[in-house]
Design a protein around this ligand. Structure first.
Ligand SMILES: Nc1ncnc2c1ncn2[C@@H]1O[C@H](COP(=O)(O)OP(=O)(O)OP(=O)(O)O)[C@@H](O)[C@H]1O
Length: 327
């Protein structure tokens, strides 16, 4: 089956006061129907910039985007803005880390969800409100009639995120892009929101792109994983490949720093990857992970590794790929 979303050789640069900064470099991935793909990496690895590019939400005067982003075969990068507006929200939904910045503080949430319904469907106001109520029930909000009349500040963080999900689902998108949807929430609420997303995915058959720095979230939700580092895709594979046969030292480092998995996988203590993601203005020649990697040799400092497949759907960009014995 054809992928719903196909990103090929995506490159994103920003014009800044210190010159042009290339923050995403040649990233490719695809998302199939009803598939969940997680884009994972530490802060500054280019995940959000990639997500915003999918929706063409960058300031066009300050951003240069090249490559190709095809949604159901249509090239989005050259689509006229008016047509792009109908794709956003109608066919591709998006939820962000901080729902407060996307919700209108002055409007009851029932009205906001109904507005989202009206924006994308030819319905009467009464029908839109009924659909809003139905969505609140679907996302597990207790006493939805009362909640409809409440304002965002009257809801907890978890409830606000549920409302954002309801708004994104109001138009039955083919694909939902979720940028760190659980990062601002406490652990119990995180688990509830992930459960809700899993439920919706099963019920609606939407594809999902989830952006996260947290491999724990990935384990809960994703079918495939794209690992990004300093604007580059360094590894990609199925969830089983990434968790049981990680081949890039960066992925191994990320896995070692997940509390529950870190202990149980290796039986050893939690580890941290030393150092931090280089700023886009300081990306070095060769492998951008070399400065933090325990396997670095001279070739890593000279030649940027290209992504090579170690199995049909498992690709790795590293001169010293780790071969984990299959258990
Ligand atoms: N509008 C912009 N202008 C200039 N640089 C930017 C802009 N947006 C992002 N960047 C830079 O691009 C790099 C990647 O940022 P991005 O937000 O995609 O990272 P991320 O992996 O999503 O991390 P986080 O989880 O912290 O958002 C960072 O170095 C960031 O400072």
């Amino acid at each position: 089956m054809n992928p719903v979303l196909e990103v090929h050789d995506l490159d994103v640069s920003f014009d800044t006061s210190v010159g042009s900064l290339r923050v995403v470099r040649g990233v490719s991935f695809s998302v199939g129907a009803a598939e969940t793909v997680a884009i994972v990496g530490e802060s500054g690895s280019g995940k959000s910039v990639t997500a915003l590019s999918l929706m063409r939400l960058h300031d066009p005067d300050k951003t240069k985007i090249s490559g190709s982003i095809k949604f159901k075969g249509t090239e989005l990068l050259t689509l006229p803005e008016a047509r792009m507006r109908t794709v956003r929200g109608n066919e591709i939904g998006m939820i962000f880390q901080e729902p407060m910045s996307s919700l209108n503080p002055l409007m009851p949430i029932g009205d906001q969800i109904a507005e989202a319904v009206l924006l994308h469907h030819d319905k009467s106001r009464a029908e839109a409100r009924r659909r809003a109520l139905d969505l609140l029930v679907q996302i597990g909000i207790a006493d939805p009639q009362r909640r409809m009349r409440e304002y965002p500040h009257q809801l907890s963080g978890g409830m606000r995120q549920r409302v954002m999900i309801a708004m994104a689902m109001a138009c039955d998108p083919e694909i939902l892009i979720a940028d760190e949807p659980t990062t601002a929430l406490d652990v119990t609420v995180q688990a509830q929101i992930l459960g809700l997303m899993r439920d919706l995915k099963t019920r609606t058959g939407s594809s999902i792109v989830i952006i996260t720095h947290d491999l724990g979230v990935v384990a809960e939700l994703a079918d495939r994983v794209v690992i990004m580092y300093a604007g580059v895709k360094v590894e990609e594979g199925t969830i089983a490949e990434i968790f049981s046969q990680p081949a890039h030292p960066y992925t191994v480092g990320l896995l070692g720093s997940i509390p529950s998995l870190g202990c149980s996988r290796s039986g050893g203590p939690l580890t941290e990857i030393p150092g931090q993601v280089p700023s886009p203005s300081r990306v070095a020649v060769g492998c951008s992970f070399a400065a933090r990697c325990g396997l670095t040799s001279s070739i890593c400092l000279e030649i940027e590794p290209r992504l090579e497949n170690v199995s049909p759907r498992h690709g790795v960009a590293c001169h010293h790929k780790i071969r984990t014995p299959v258990a």
